[in-house]
Design a protein around this ligand. Structure first.
Ligand code: UDX
Ligand code: ADP
Length: 478
């Protein structure tokens, strides 16, 4: 009988995943632990709007379960020692130095977890890899756990089984993805351990969706799923560049190809490029793996997906530069959206980072708005001390009580004397801007660059502003 579950890592994966588990399995305690005391304090904050992660529906679940069968603490050792199952949900960023730098994952946090587990776990424990890990990491974890036991006498020995159970949730829809998953993947070799995890999921996921594989297939399937999704985006983004110069409209092309059931209509929205903590990292992992196993052609194929993505971000910068008469020196540009996609406060690998850095390098003056990303985070991502002109929802509401963000922006003169506005994240509020009012504030000729195809075309055109849309091209003002 499973009574105690420990999850190491209270991040974007660990926090929401354990919250949904706790909601679905009220008879089991889920203890989420993290070395980052600030993050844990935020998870425990009374004010649910202060949770460290913004995810629609998460606050409600935390409210229901926290303090009952869901806890957040820094008591890593204690929770490990009590656990029947331990999920490893720590970060695995790309290595920045040494062999495999820029491609291989840095496994120091995973290794440190395995060492803590080997020291503090008691009796039989199932260890589940939840973080996306390079293929055969399970073996590393198993080696560390087994070697720690070999020197103990048989009475003191503990035993472990390792499972891979990758997370497929996407940020912004994490709760729905966790509650209604397309599939649950459980990789491993011990039938009993697999059954224990299977039975937990069975409480809310239908059995035909729970797939069992060997450990390596499960690890590789996760990398492959993300690589395929990212590849689709680089494919359609490459076509969008072609549409802009040929007069085709990428929305019509997407619609036409999406009707083919073999292709399908999802994940064909063009944009400034994919961001997020997973896609680039996982593809680079595949590239490293392929090279390691002497398959350079396979490595090159996948690397081109990442190459196209960063090329696309530079391409957008070049277009902005060209439209603004080839110079951005002292020009004022308003950036709408900084998170890597809508409905999240996460900025990891956000295309906005590269594009804003490019624009700053060209001498532009930026005003940045995002409904959920803090000024501090934006400054950190751009590597600058602070952003005085950057406004976000929190500041706007502090400055005046006006709930309507757009009025606040107008009142705060966000658009005052701007030469251009660039929409980088598809927050729904940006599709509802009164461009007529905005155009009166901007310097002429004012430009709107829509990199997400969400701006209301008619309103921009009628406002007299110049308009450029990704995958479509330029529309001259009347
Ligand atoms: C992704 C995978 O979807 C998820 O299964 C995995 O567990 C983690 O990585 P996430 O990074 O949260 O999830 O976001 P996702 O919705 O996949 O978007 C990734 C990036 O692609 C974003 O920058 C998004 O804006 C972009 N995107 C997505 C597009 O540009 N167009 C699309 O049609 C879809
Ligand atoms: P993800 O998106 O994969 O969830 P995050 O970076 O959001 O990644 O979260 C990972 C969390 O794991 C961080 O809060 C980090 O402090 C935590 N962490 C890393 N190593 C350890 C460890 N050895 N023990 C406890 N927590 C850890």
């Amino acid at each position: 009988m499973i009574k105690q579950v420990c999850c190491i890592g209270a991040g974007y994966v660990g926090g929401p995943t354990m919250s949904v588990f706790a909601d679905k399995c009220k008879d089991i305690n889920f203890n989420v632990v993290d070395v980052n005391a600030d993050r844990i304090a935020a998870w425990n904050s009374k004010d649910l709007s202060k949770l460290p992660i913004f995810e629609p529906g998460l606050d409600e679940i935390v409210k229901r379960c926290r303090g009952k069968n869901l806890t957040f603490s820094t008591e890593v050792h204690k929770c490990i020692s009590e656990a029947d199952i331990i999920f490893i949900s720590v970060n695995t960023p790309t290595k920045t130095k040494g062999i495999g730098a820029g491609k291989a994952s840095d496994l120091k946090w995973v290794e440190s977890c395995a060492r803590q587990i080997s020291e503090h776990a008691r009796g039989y424990t199932i260890v589940v890899e939840k973080s996306t890990l390079p293929v055969r990491t399970g073996e590393v974890i198993k080696d560390i756990l087994d070697s720690s036991q070999s020197s103990l006498n048989s009475k003191k020995k503990n035993s472990f089984d390792i499972l891979s159970n990758p997370e497929f949730l996407a940020e912004g829809t994490a709760i729905d993805d966790l509650e209604n998953p397309d599939r649950i993947l459980i990789g491993g070799s011990n039938e009993n351990a697999i059954k224990v995890l299977h039975d937990l999921y069975k409480r809310w996921v239908s059995e035909e969706k729970i797939i069992h594989t060997n450990l390596w297939s499960s690890e590789l399937a996760k990398l492959t799923a993300n690589a395929f999704l990212a590849q689709r985006l680089s494919s359609i983004n490459s076509i969008s560049a072609l549409c802009e110069v040929t007069g085709a409209d990428v929305r019509e092309v997407s619609r036409a190809i999406g009707k083919d059931r073999r292709i399908g209509s999802k994940f064909l929205n063009v944009g400034p490029g994919f961001g997020g903590s997973c896609f680039k990292k996982d593809i680079l992992n595949l590239v490293y793996l392929a090279n390691h196993f002497g398959l350079p052609e396979v490595a090159d194929f996948w690397e081109s997906v990442v190459y196209l993505n960063s090329w696309n971000q530079d391409r957008l910068t070049r277009i902005i530069l060209e439209k603004l008469f080839g110079t951005l020196t002292e020009k004022k540009i308003g950036i709408l959206g900084f998170s890597f996609k809508a409905n999240t406060n996460d900025t990891r690998e956000s295309p906005a980072i590269q594009i804003c850095k490019n624009l700053l390098n060209e001498g532009a003056f930026l005003k940045i708005h995002d409904p959920k990303v803090s000024q501090k985070q934006i400054a950190l991502d751009l590597g600058i001390p602070s952003i005085e002109e950057c406004l976000n929802e929190e500041n706007l509401n502090k400055k005046n009580k006006d709930k309507k963000w757009e009025k606040s922006l107008l009142r705060n003169d966000f658009f005052e004397n701007l030469d251009a506005v660039v929409v980088l994240t598809e927050w729904s509020i940006y599709s509802d801007i009164d461009w007529g009012k905005v155009s009166k504030k901007m310097r002429s000729p004012g430009w709107v660059f829509d990199t997400r195809l969400i701006v209301d075309e008619e309103k921009v055109i009628n406002s007299g502003l110049c308009f450029w849309r990704v995958g479509v091209g330029t529309l001259k003002r009347n």
